[in-house]
Design a binder for this molecule. Structure first.
Ligand code: MN
Ligand code: MN
Length: 349
């Protein structure tokens, strides 16, 4: 939308179903216009939304470098670079097949993790009730607990696919029970996800304790270790994830530190020998067709970033998630059978 409320959308034709899309980059250059995610309309500029991008500026659950509270704004800024009309890798038009909006930021209490989580849960619940699937932009990983609680209330227990260098299933840290390294144990205790259907992807690096992996497995998780990608590749990882999710409702949580520090330096707890951005996008694209009921991209800490490497990775992953949601909408033009993982991702000009 422009200041006067008009919407210079694609010259290729009027948007279908009266969807209000992002600004057309052929009419308004990408570095101009509103600072919403992908220059989408705000929630108050449309009648209804199918997908809401929600920022959660919060980092009080961090254990090492703070700064993810500035993640949502950095991801929005980097998202200006996206060419939004058509994604050849998914053969989808993510912003034409569905109404996508930027729902702004949750006002999360920086001094009370329980209050912050309650605010996140309330905001996500409201959007879900209104009919929107929520893609949350963090914030440190603690915020996922608030979003998962809301999704649980709305959809029941979900299969969880968790991309991360770290398990995030510690019991406590310095006596704190809810941190970005322990929120998944709390989620397990609350029964928010289906034990037998959940997977960590990209785990690597030394642990605090030899028993950490065994304790994690007791919660039901299975692991696609980052190093296994050397042998099984993108396709093998996708097969293992899909077999475990089955036809269950799925929540996708993506900690940007799943990427190698070369691909994502701007994060709180970087870990060597991670995924390339090509591997991450390939695996995410391979999940097309699954019943995604919620997703997040977290742990972008822009103070440690260089040249928007990390925030662009997070923005692109969020765009892919929105593309997957477009494909899972029955009856939309973008709904198609899943493409082969790692399909060529050519840039339209
Ligand atoms: Mn994490
Ligand atoms: Mn992590």
């Amino acid at each position: 939308m422009q200041e006067d409320g008009t919407n210079p959308t694609a010259r290729a034709g009027e948007p279908r179903n009266e969807v209000v899309g992002p600004l057309d980059a052929r009419l308004v250059p990408r570095y101009a216009g509103p600072g919403t995610f992908a220059r989408l309309p705000r929630l108050d500029q449309v009648e209804r939304a199918d997908v809401a991008v929600l920022g959660v500026p919060f980092d009080a659950g961090t254990s090492y470098r703070p700064g993810a509270r500035f993640g949502p704004e950095a991801v929005r800024q980097a998202s200006r670079l996206l060419r939004t009309a058509y994604d050849p890798a998914l053969d989808a038009e993510p912003f034409r097949a569905q109404q996508v909006i930027d729902a702004g930021d949750v006002s999360a209490n920086p001094y009370s993790i329980p209050e912050a989580l309650a605010a996140i849960e309330l905001e996500v619940s409201g959007l879900l009730t209104s009919g929107a699937t929520v893609v949350t932009i963090g914030g440190d990983h603690t915020i996922t607990l608030g979003a998962l609680r809301a999704v649980f209330r709305h959809s029941g227990p979900v299969a969880l696919v968790h991309f991360d260098a770290h398990l995030d299933t510690w019991d406590t840290y310095f006596g704190a029970r809810v941190t970005h390294g322990s929120f998944l144990r709390r989620a397990a205790e609350e029964g928010l996800f289906v034990d037998s259907a959940s997977t960590h992807v990209g785990i690597r690096g030394p642990l605090y304790d030899r028993e950490d992996l065994a304790a994690d497995a007791e919660l039901g998780f299975r692991v696609v270790h980052c190093q296994e990608l050397n042998d099984i590749g993108i396709r093998g990882a996708v097969e293992r994830i899909r077999a475990r999710v089955g036809d269950r409702r799925l929540y996708l949580s993506i900690d940007i530190d799943v990427l190698d520090p070369a691909n994502a330096p701007g994060t709180g707890t970087p870990e060597l020998a991670g995924m390339t951005s090509r591997e991450l996008l390939g695996i995410v694209q391979g999940l097309a067709g699954l019943d995604i009921v919620g997703a997040d991209v977290v742990e972008v800490a822009p103070a440690y970033d260089h040249a928007e490497i990390t925030s662009l990775a997070a923005a692109t992953v969020a765009y892919k998630l929105i593309g997957l949601l477009a494909m899972s909408k029955p009856g939309t033009e973008a709904a198609r059978p899943s493409p082969s993982p790692g399909a060529p991702d050519v840039e339209p000009r």
